[in-house]
Design a binder for this molecule. Structure first.
Ligand code: FES
Ligand SMILES: [Fe+2]
Length: 585
């Protein structure tokens, strides 16, 4: 079997590749035939730089630690022991990956309430996101230059400034203070060098998402302006949407209780889908199957890696070909097409490292319409592109994500524990004998050998939180989504209102039913038309046939009580949405 390496620039459509142009990328690619099981531990399976590097601290990549270019034949992956090294690498540039020279998505624009500032986090830093008078979303470090009060607790004022609600200083979009009420003369009359400034970061609004550049200052603004956002044209370019070339769904945003690297592992791992998402997508008992992954873009520090499987990764699935494209530091594209020339489904997953142990996922689907007119819509579009209200899709998406959260949250803690216990520096203990894990192996290779030491958390970032065993806390939806989502907050407010209204209507109906029955019974007793056994003469009402109106009122009251109870449950679901695999039969 020949190792195939397709050279593709990031962002192109994989489906446009002319098979005749498939070629070996460069002469340095070699093939290994080691029969050791693959294990991502220092010194086993992959080369580890001398001394290794901790996963959650920022360091420059040690000189001379550039990994060698390797590739492997995958024909014998199906049986153990497997080939030791499955990672095909492209040209490796000098220097290590620069995490702070990239755009990171922070939020979906339609989830943000522009009338107030919002707290957000990026690389362990607290940020205040707000929309200024020109309509542009701005991002400040979340402290006021006066006495460090959080600006995200301030106010967006009618003049388009951000007001620190502690002493009333105001700031314009650039970060410059424009009003300081305790000063003897207006700030505009101060020397420019003396005017206080909030720390401001470059922002960009694209495809319905606000992106933040994690460095500040004039040089950062220049670098940011010259750097493209990760993604691909059919998703990012609104003109392509307008011309019908592609259709982007609305975005789902969620803060997940596990680290950025575990999110990426999960996104690059199609084998978990029918098992972890049993009954949602596939069946855990019938659908898992053997599949291989071919490299379509070799691993490099700057461009990541892409793999493709031409064999469905689930039994009974219509998806003929799937491509997993990791674009560091924050984007994964999962492209799938069911029929040649038909529409291509792209699950677009942004993952922003917000603080140790937490990742903000920002996800949508983009359908790239194919050459075949009226081709069959991708089956998974029903999850992303439907007529349901957005908040219902947000809730459903949260439930879907929760099916993985419990694994990834504890997996990260187990890995951390092993790192400490064994005093090793790279992920230890994975046993990946089948090619379904090749994209995960490639990603871990990137993270541990090319990423310059892992996510560069800001000094003073919060520590990794402990493992959470309480499902009420692990699946907290209020803090992880609803608090920051104006759509869900509005839906919750309406749900509360309806719940109260329906509960009151239920009580009124029941009361009306009883009252009309009592009146009718009393009239019947007075008329002497009720036959009452002498031994229970004190309960004459029970012997009166209720009028139809009373029955309807009681039935309506009971039904409304059930609706009110269900609305109460829905109200709770906006706060906690638990899931248990043991109960998902
Ligand atoms: S701390 Fe912000 S105005 Fe005083
Ligand atoms: Fe929402």
């Amino acid at each position: 079997m020949t190792t195939r390496v397709v050279s593709l620039p990031t962002g192109t459509s994989f489906w446009k590749v002319n098979r005749a142009r498939v070629r070996s990328r460069h002469g340095r690619v070699t093939r290994l035939h080691s029969k050791r099981p693959f294990c991502l531990a220092a010194g086993r399976g992959v080369d580890s730089p001398a001394g290794g590097r901790p996963s959650h601290t920022a360091h420059a990549m040690p000189a001379g630690s550039t990994p060698r270019a390797v590739a492997t034949d995958v024909s014998d992956w199906d049986t153990r022991p497997a080939p030791a090294d499955s990672v095909e690498q492209g040209e490796v540039e000098e220097g290590s990956f620069q995490w702070t020279k990239h755009w990171y998505p922070i939020h979906a624009l339609d989830h943000l309430d522009p009338t107030r500032p919002h707290h957000a986090m990026l690389l362990g830093r607290d940020l205040a996101l707000w929309r200024d008078g020109s309509g542009k979303w701005q991002c400040f470090e979340d402290f006021c230059p006066h006495r460090l009060a959080p600006l995200s607790e301030g106010r967006v004022e009618a003049d388009g400034s951000l007001l620190c609600a502690y002493h009333g200083w105001r700031f314009e979009g650039s970060g410059k203070c424009t009003a300081l009420p305790q000063a003897s003369k207006p700030v505009s009359e101060w020397k420019p060098s003396q005017v206080p400034c909030a720390v401001s970061y470059p922002t960009k609004e694209l495809a319905g998402v606000v992106f933040v550049w994690p460095e500040s200052g004039p040089r950062a603004a220049e670098e940011a302006a010259a750097t493209a956002v990760r993604g691909f044209p059919e998703m990012l370019d609104d003109e392509l949407q307008a011309t019908g070339k592609s259709t982007r769904s609305s975005w789902a945003v969620r803060d997940l209780p596990y680290g950025w690297d575990f999110f990426m592992e999960n996104a690059l791992d199609p084998a978990h889908v029918p098992v972890s998402h049993h009954n949602f997508v596939g069946n855990r008992y019938q659908d898992p199957t053997f599949f291989n992954l071919d490299t379509v873009r070799p691993l490099t520090p700057a461009e990541g890696v892409a793999h493709r499987t031409d064999r469905p990764f689930m039994q009974k699935t219509g998806m003929g070909t799937t491509v997993l494209d990791f674009q560091p530091p924050c984007f994964v594209r999962i492209a799938a097409r069911e029929e040649e020339g038909g529409p291509e489904s792209n699950i677009c997953l942004y993952a922003t490292p917000i603080k140790p142990g937490y990742t903000r996922a920002i996800v949508c689907q983009t359908i790239v319409n194919g050459d075949v007119k009226g081709g069959k819509k991708p089956a998974n579009s029903v999850f992303f592109q439907n007529a349901l209200p957005k908040w219902i899709n947000h809730m459903f998406g949260a439930l879907f994500v929760n099916q993985d959260s419990v694994f990834l949250h504890h997996q990260e803690k187990i890995v951390e524990h092993r790192l400490r216990a064994k005093n090793v520096k790279t992920v230890d203990g994975y046993d990946m004998p089948t090619p379904s894990d090749k994209a995960v192996i490639a990603f871990r290779t990137w993270y541990e050998r090319m990423s310059g030491g892992g996510v560069p958390w800001a000094p003073g970032s919060p520590p990794m939180p402990p493992a959470e065993r309480d499902p009420e806390k692990l699946y907290n939806l209020w803090d992880s989504h609803v608090r920051h989502c104006s759509i869900c907050k509005a839906a919750l407010a309406k749900t509360k209102l309806w719940q109260k209204a329906v509960a009151v209507a239920s009580v009124l109906c029941l009361f009306a039913g009883i009252a009309t029955y009592s009146a009718s019974a009393a009239a019947a007793v007075a008329a002497g038309s009720v036959a009452i056994p002498s031994n229970i003469a004190s309960l004459p009402l029970l012997w009166h046939t209720p009028p139809t109106s009373s029955l309807w009122a009681v039935v309506a009251g009971a039904l409304l009580a059930v609706v009110a109870w269900q609305l109460k449950r829905l109200e709770r679901a906006f706060h906690v949405l638990t899931f248990s695999h043991a109960d998902n039969h």
